[in-house]
Design a protein around this ligand. Structure first.
Ligand SMILES: Cc1cc2nc3c(=O)[nH]c(=O)nc-3n(C[C@H](O)[C@H](O)[C@H](O)COP(=O)(O)O)c2cc1C
Ligand code: SF4
Length: 702
């Protein structure tokens, strides 16, 4: 039998309102928990995986579970991104897997019909994208879209209607018309930035709304007797007068269409604003823009804002801000969030930390990953359930050394399986890198990675946690556990080795060099760094270089951020944060030196070289923070395995290295590594073949 946490507690009556059924047109949602459309990187390419990912959420109590963007026609597709497809009837069986899975667990299935317009370059179909007016693509791709004529508009309306009928036939209960994120053609028609037409579809707001109104009416007419018709509309673009605003046209559009759809799903645009990370926003951050909607319609309203606190959710409903608690990321981090509240286990919620690794996986065209939920995307191919795990194979004991994200997750999952698990950490409090990094500006929510796991470990009978416990090889041997898992983490290199320099940078021996580990040390004082300018050399390109520059600038220091890339923290393009990070650094007067590598350090200055020409420039800096590469902490592993190789440690049956100690990576990778170790512990693992099921397209030629 699979192991789960105790589910016998009762619901707090304060949360009863969240479990009221709500009618949406011809269908009824069993409660107020609504998984809004979100991509999962599996879509039409991995339909079994996508279906299982959605079904698990219905099992976890979400009343409505939606697909991601679902392309309605081959003339508007966004390959190589893997969205859903409902181009023709051949797509229906794959979508039926999803609706069946959601229905099986009592949920309503929603589909977001999308005509992407010029946001989709049609790399697969090679059709010319269409837009309200002639325009270049919104990426730097050398593509232009053509303006639609009346026949194109009639065609589009027919395609949308036909897709709605196919969606109904595939079993969907809620069918969307979508105008949001600056990513769909109806939105492009609404926006006076994009719509320069002079006919009845352009000019006045009434004209610009015409196509969207027609699409909603067509959909209602085609399937409205059986399915609820939802509208997703961005009511503000955070662009002031040059965009749609919630006190201007956003409000006017809602007023004009108020009673037309069965449900309003409202948010802000573009995607970087809507899925804003916790570094730049707090829970409920969209309320100032969407709160007005309920005053203009009697139809139920869904809104989003990284909701994880049941008290905040109740407050939203009671104050009449929302009828449904919309969630993308909170439902990914914890598919069982509603059930946990319902069963009085709200303290067991695995709260989203707002890091957008889920978004990044979509942006790099990979199946969904999540920092907090290592099972996401693995529901079908590995059979991993977010709340259940197979029981232990034996009564053996495990010592996990290191209480960072990998060690904590490994210990939690091993103890849940029933292994007698001891976690030892050398620091005075557990959490490893997440505990330290959560102290950086805007990252406090990241401590949830620690808090969820330490809270679970406290409840697990077979788990013991010891801080202030530095383990060396003798102590590990003395401890006498059957197995040892080492999650000893990593440290940042001081010598500059990284992407640009495969060897240490010259001259550093005589120059004050600091690493992120120094700055993150709780006893470190920035005032102890040499006075004068500080260079942050970022050859890592994720968040660390940018956030340390911010941290130092906020402490009043003059900071030079040197990066070989063309922009700061370039990988955060994938987490939708890059623009905000660069803006913040510029506003803090950080000097940004792009496309330059650190060449050498002198006595009171450093030399940087252009990554293209090699031309050298001197920068007046008195210290460097080196953010290049991390080295795994594996001394303990090497010592223990050396003793084993020499015939010692015979009582220890296995020694494993996990997380950053195996290969430094993201926090998500560390959590996943810890979880995988626990899942595979004591199991027969086939390594000559992929350790998961694959979806192989066999319908070629259709
Ligand atoms: C990984 C990911 C993929 C998303 N894909 C879509 C999408 O396909 N269609 C859509 O309308 N919104 C999409 N969104 C936006 C979400 O629906 C939601 O509006 C946004 O994330 C804010 O809600 P949250 O704070 O609950 O995450 C996506 C969000 C995430 C995190
Ligand atoms: S990856 Fe991060 S932002 Fe996305 S759901 Fe998980 S914890 Fe939340």
């Amino acid at each position: 039998m699979a192991q789960t946490m105790n589910e016998t507690m009762t619901r707090n009556p304060h949360y009863d309102i969240l479990f009221e059924p709500v009618k949406i047109g011809p269908v009824t949602a069993r409660n107020r928990f609504y998984q809004v459309p979100h991509c999962a990187g599996m879509g039409h390419r991995y339909p079994f995986a996508n279906a299982a990912h959605r079904a698990i959420k219905a099992e976890g109590g979400w009343a409505v579970v939606c697909t991601e963007e679902s392309e309605i026609h081959h003339s508007s597709e966004i390959s190589p991104a893997t969205e859903s497809r409902i181009w023709d009837e051949k797509d229906i069986p794959a979508l039926q897997l999803l609706t069946d899975g959601v229905h099986q667990h009592g949920g309503l299935a929603g589909i977001e019909l999308v005509y992407i317009g010029y946001h989709g370059p049609n790399r697969y179909s090679r059709e010319i994208p269409m837009a309200p007016s002639h325009t270049v693509a919104d990426s730097y791709e050398p593509i232009q879209a053509r303006a639609m004529n009346k026949k194109d508009i009639r065609n589009l309306r027919r395609w949308h209607r036909q897709a709605a009928i196919r969606a109904r036939d595939a079993g969907f209960d809620i069918i969307y018309a979508y105008a949001g994120h600056d990513m769909s053609l109806p939105w492009h028609f609404l926006s006076k930035r994009h719509n320069l037409r002079m006919d009845e579809y352009g000019g006045s707001l009434e004209n610009r709304v015409r196509l969207f109104r027609e699409l909603i009416e067509d959909t209602k007419d085609a399937v409205g007797d059986k399915c609820a018709i939802a509208v997703r509309l961005a009511v503000d673009e955070l662009l002031g007068d040059s965009g749609i605003t919630s006190d201007g046209e956003g409000r006017d559009i809602i007023a004009m269409l108020a009673e037309l759809p069965d449900l309003w799903d409202v948010n802000i645009s573009n995607w970087a604003n809507d899925s804003m990370t916790s570094r730049f926003s707090t829970e409920g951050f969209q309320e100032p823009y969407t709160a007005f909607v309920k005053s203009l319609t009697t139809k139920p309203v869904v809104g989003v804002g990284r909701f994880t606190s049941p008290d905040t959710m109740v407050d939203q409903v009671r104050r009449g801000v929302l009828d449904f608690i919309g969630a993308a990321r909170p439902s990914i981090a914890d598919p069982f969030l509603p059930n946990k509240i319902e069963s009085g286990r709200e303290n067991d919620i695995r709260e989203c930390i707002g890091c957008n690794i889920c978004v990044a996986s979509d942006n790099v065209v990979a199946p969904i990953r999540c920092t907090q939920n290592p099972t996401t995307g693995e529901e079908w191919r590995r059979g991993w359930h977010p709340e259940k795990i197979q029981p232990a194979r034996s009564k053996e004991s495990v010592l996990v050394v290191g209480g960072g994200p990998a060690g904590l997750e490994c210990a939690r999952a091993l103890a849940l399986r029933g292994y007698q698990t001891t976690l030892a950490d050398s620091r005075s409090s557990i959490g490893g890198r997440v505990a330290l990094e959560a102290r950086l500006p805007g990252l406090s929510n990241w401590a949830r990675v620690r808090d969820y796991r330490s809270g679970q470990l406290e409840q697990l009978a077979g788990a013991e946690v010891y801080a202030n416990s530095t383990m060396d090889a003798d102590l590990v041997e003395e401890f006498g556990s059957d197995h040892v898992v080492l999650a000893t983490g990593s440290h940042w290199r001081r010598d500059g080795k990284g992407r640009q320099h495969k060897q240490p940078i010259p001259g550093l021996d005589y120059f004050p060099v600091f690493t992120p580990d120094d700055l993150l040390n709780p006893s470190f004082n920035i005032d102890d760094m040499p006075s004068g300018n500080i260079a942050v050399y970022d050859d890592d390109h994720y968040y660390m270089g940018g956030i340390l520059a911010e941290h130092l600038a906020k402490a009043g220091r003059t900071v030079y951020l040197i990066t070989p890339a063309s922009e700061v923290s370039t990988w955060t393009q994938h987490t939708l944060e890059q623009g905000r990070i660069q803006t913040r650094l510029l506003e803090l007067d950080v000097h940004i030196l792009q496309q330059r590598r650190l060449e050498r350090a002198g006595s009171a200055s450093i030399e940087t070289a252009c990554v293209y020409t090699g031309r050298v420039e001197t920068v007046d800096c008195q210290s460097i923070v080196m953010v290049t590469e991390r080295a795994p902490e594996r001394e303990l592993y090497d010592e223990l395995t050396a003793r084993q190789d020499a015939g010692g440690l015979q009582k220890i049956l296995s020694i494993q290295l996990i997380g950053d100690a195996l290969a430094p990576g993201t926090i998500a990778a560390a959590v996943y590594g810890g979880h995988r170790c626990a899942r595979e512990f004591g199991e027969e693992i086939e390594i000559d073949k992929a350790p998961f099921k694959r979806e192989i397209p066999w319908f070629s030629g259709h």
